[in-house]
Write a protein that binds this ligand. Sequence first.
Ligand SMILES: [Cu+2]
Length: 151
Amino acid sequence: MTRWLGIVLLALGSQMAWAELQVRVEQAWIKLPLPGKAMTAAYMVLHNTGVDPVTLTGARWEGAKKIELHTMAMKNGVMHMRPIEGGVQLVPGGKHAFRPGGDHLMIFGLKAHPTMTDAVITLTFDGGESLKVAFPWRKPDDVPSHSGMHH
Ligand SMILES: [Cu+2]
């Protein structure tokens, strides 16, 4: 029994190491929903810091019914959003921004009113790996504009 437990812990440990070596998440935040709304979105910049390609396939969080990866596209002059087919692929050294007006983590069925506690969302990858990321709540207008920034 003890031996099996050891093996399970070892497996979890190597999975955490994978995520830490392979991906880095910056500028994570989740939008405070409008009053009475059970839907919102979360944003981040995902970096592939490893030597292998990585595909983000989804996300889950106990605070919501469902999370989908969404993108926005103009269709007949109207902005529509739709699920990203096949996930978000990152080449080694690549990054992908989820930002207002663009790609986002669409959150359906918020289970409780948001608190000041960060939403800890689990990102899932194509190899079955996962990474927990803390998303602080922000009002949409609290968000600093990045338009004037350069590197
Ligand atoms: Cu959406």
